[in-house]
Design a protein around this ligand. Sequence first.
Ligand SMILES: NC(=O)c1ccc[n+]([C@@H]2O[C@H](COP(=O)([O-])OP(=O)(O)OC[C@H]3O[C@@H](n4cnc5c(N)ncnc54)[C@H](O)[C@@H]3O)[C@@H](O)[C@H]2O)c1
Ligand SMILES: CC(C)C[C@H](N)C(=O)O
Length: 364
Amino acid sequence: MEIFTYLEKYDYEQLVFCQDKQSGLKAIIAIHDTTLGPALGGTRMWTYSSEEAAIEDALRLAKGMTYKNAAAGLNLGGGKTVIIGDPRKDKNEEMFRAFGRYIQGLNGRYITAEDVGTTVADMDLIHEETDYVTGISPAFGSSGNPSPVTAYGVYRGMKAAAKQAFGTDELEGKVIAVQGVGNVAYNLCRYLHEEGAQLIVTDINKEAVQRAVEEFGAKAVDPDEIYGVECDIYAPCALGAVVNDETIPQLKAKVIAGAANNQLKDTKHGDIIHELGIAYAPDYVINAGGVINVADELYGYNQERALKKVDQIYANIEKVFDIAKRDRIPTYLAADRMAEERIERMRNSRSQFLQNGHHILSRR
Ligand SMILES: NC(=O)c1ccc[n+]([C@@H]2O[C@H](COP(=O)([O-])OP(=O)(O)OC[C@H]3O[C@@H](n4cnc5c(N)ncnc54)[C@H](O)[C@@H]3O)[C@@H](O)[C@H]2O)c1
Ligand SMILES: CC(C)C[C@H](N)C(=O)O
């Protein structure tokens, strides 16, 4: 990969490589765009097949956070970290402490939180070295694990998408196919079950499936079967790239609404499902509940205020569908337009002079 060519093409600001021999830390922090504010995005720990794959993932995820934060109405830019390693066996205290010191070195340009492979306990270790971390333990007056709040946002966004497809946002009696019943989807299933939806679930983790069957009366299917089941709504809550050439012909659902990041394998798949009349709730708009929740820590965490903001995911999904109808475009493009327009408006509003972000006389 020609790194500077790539950074220039997609307008990235900064790429930081962090190495600590003693702890084994190998981390890549990507900062995409800080027009709206400091870059906020989680830290993913994963066993990448190559360094290039890790760099690509960090870059792709950081750009995704720029769009997610902008579309959610947050005054935050987009960034993300990947740590190369196996989260089940390569973690140690020194690693997260060393990483925290690297974050501190960026002096607030980047703020981290949980992502796949990292936990609240990891964030607490980072917090030993820097304040630029969110999703730390509630014992610190903080917001803790973002997953249940992400689930609430997905639930609200799914209702808004259902309204587009079925004329009502009632989910009672609707058949919903949930792919992956991990941290987010377990909580999502609880909301859906409480509203009277019928659940079909799958996961490669048998215990996770069993729990959903026992607690929510869900029907279990094998991982490969989930795409083709008879259902009203398909909720991808495991992996990315699940809407692709192989899966689209199998889909019976009228709505796609789930937590997973980067659900469309390629943008052309967003065009295809649009032509098929499937109502797609763009991933980064519907799954913004976690980042909205952790971002509230920057104002002194208030759960009520955070959940009120997460509730707005319903209106944000409605807005995406309105833009799609107005401009006759697929919803994934409408979401991009919504995010990009906000960034541009804010960039332009900064053309007036302000001393250090404050009025020139404010230090008197
Ligand atoms: N946790 C959050 O707050 C948050 C926020 C935004 C987006 N997301 C995204 O939502 C998705 C789920 O996040 P999570 O925190 O619940 O992760 P998780 O790891 O707790 O859950 C994912 C589940 O998917 C299962 N899975 C993996 N491969 C599968 C396959 N091929 N078929 C079926 N199941 C499979 C795993 O066994 C696991 O139970 C991820 O894509 C994540 O990036 C999470
Ligand atoms: C900041 C985190 C809560 C971000 C979350 N991992 C996401 O992808 O939205």
